[in-house]
Design a protein around this ligand. Structure first.
Ligand code: ZN
Length: 409
């Protein structure tokens, strides 16, 4: 492998310190694929150097998951066993720093019945979600990526240098290079995003209108007082500023559930459980997705929209200028962590109660009453066409250009 040990260490340190911002005495839960155990160990070491009390490894395997879905019966797969629940309980006590390193094969689950995947997700979600809700907003977390052979093959089919090329793209988007100091680069980047978020918050728009030549014609109401956020979050329990996604380019908020109209046309494929939905659009009426069309993966998209009562409503709107380094790489990553940072997007499903004033302390039900959608899914899809215009509408009807031709007006 062409990538140097020094560069790998820089990246591992960035994930542990700038990303998760591991504090002295914290427990860390580190999730990574078995194939990348050497890099996971580097990240774990950086966590210990930052003062972690204990780093617990959670090993993943695409191959194992595929075997489970091929051979095990659905009832078995749906079951959350007592020991798994004990682990979740322990998590609500430890409030660990959670680090996820994504390196999966985008096609890992190709050919597996999407209905089966959805049913298992739904059943397990019912048990797992209450525990997740208990730690929401109370722990630091970060998702970063590591290029696997299969993932690289998807992005650069047949290319003998595919893994190096994917490394190159990933490191560009996370601002890690031989010469530069990634920590400094991230400080400047974080500042830019926070300035834009502050501007949006000052404008206090009541709704946004989207228009582009591909057929996107859409308006969405915002929650009065809900904040636009981006780049990083402060853990209210210890004041640690962390960056949940690396890369991150977006400024996002949660819109008013049940208040949007019109059609959004996707500009990039959506990778769901290792399967692709391509060339699709979703039409909303009265805030709910009422229809969708897709050239590929229509059934999977429909099942996703109908995963539960509220998965047809939006939980997120996010603004990303087309100059984003993810977009500049000019490739499809087949991985939401990257592709959602290429351009503007929305998400079906759960919203973020943290965007509400005092939202951290609210129960899910309280946040729901204020308009924050709750669902077992949160699925982003990209709508940021190169000619996308977005207007902000103020409560008095004033129209302010926010985006013109896919970037900040
Ligand atoms: Zn997003």
């Amino acid at each position: 492998m062409a990538i140097s040990e020094e560069l790998l260490r820089k990246y591992a340190a960035l994930i542990a310190r700038t990303g998760a911002n591991v504090q002295k005495g914290q427990v860390v839960s580190l999730t990574a694929a078995v194939e990348i155990s050497a890099f996971a160990a580097l990240v774990a070491e950086e966590c210990y150097r930052a003062g972690a009390k204990k780093v617990n490894m959670e090993w993943m395997s695409d191959a194992q998951k595929r075997l489970d879905f091929t051979y095990a019966d659905e009832e078995t797969l749906c079951e959350v066993l007592p020991w798994e629940e004990e682990k979740l309980k322990q998590m609500t006590k430890d409030l660990p720093c959670r680090i996820f390193i994504a390196s999966g094969d985008p096609d890992a689950m190709a050919g597996i019945d999407p209905g089966r995947i959805a049913a298992v997700g739904r059943a397990r979600g019912k048990v797992i979600k209450p525990y997740r809700s208990l730690i929401d907003g109370k722990h630091q977390w970060v998702i970063a990526a590591y290029p696997s052979e299969k993932w690289a093959e998807k992005c650069f089919p047949g290319d003998p240098d595919k893994v190096d090329k994917l490394w190159d793209a990933i490191l560009k988007t996370v601002r890690v290079s031989e010469e530069g100091d990634p920590v400094e680069a991230w400080n400047a980047h974080t500042q830019f995003i926070q300035d834009k978020a502050e501007w949006l918050n000052g404008q206090a728009f009541s709704s946004l209108k989207y228009k582009s030549a591909n057929g996107t014609d859409f308006s969405v109401e915002l929650i009065p007082g809900a904040k636009w956020e981006g780049a990083g979050v402060t853990n209210p329990l210890n004041g640690a500023f962390y960056i949940p996604n690396m890369p991150t380019e977006e400024i996002f908020t949660t819109p008013m559930a049940g208040r949007c109209e019109g059609t959004l046309v996707a500009v990039k494929p959506l990778s769901l459980h290792g399967q692709l939905v391509e060339e699709f659009s979703v039409t909303f009426k009265g805030g709910r997705a009422v229809s969708c069309t897709a050239k590929k993966g229509q059934e999977l998209l429909e099942k996703t929209i109908r995963m539960d009562e509220t998965s047809c409503m939006l939980g997120e709107v996010a603004l990303v200028p087309k100059e984003s380094p993810v977009n500049q790489c000019g490739i499809l990553f087949y991985e939401t962590l990257f592709d959602e940072n290429a351009c503007c997007h929305v998400a079906l499903g759960a919203g973020f109660k943290e965007v509400l004033p005092g939202g951290d302390g609210m129960t899910v039900e309280e946040a729901q009453k204020k308009g924050v959608n709750d669902s077992i899914i949160h699925v982003d899809f990209m709508v940021g066409a190169d000619d996308l215009d977005i207007d902000g509408i103020k409560p008095d009807g004033t129209v302010v250009p926010v985006f013109r031709n896919g970037t900040w007006a």
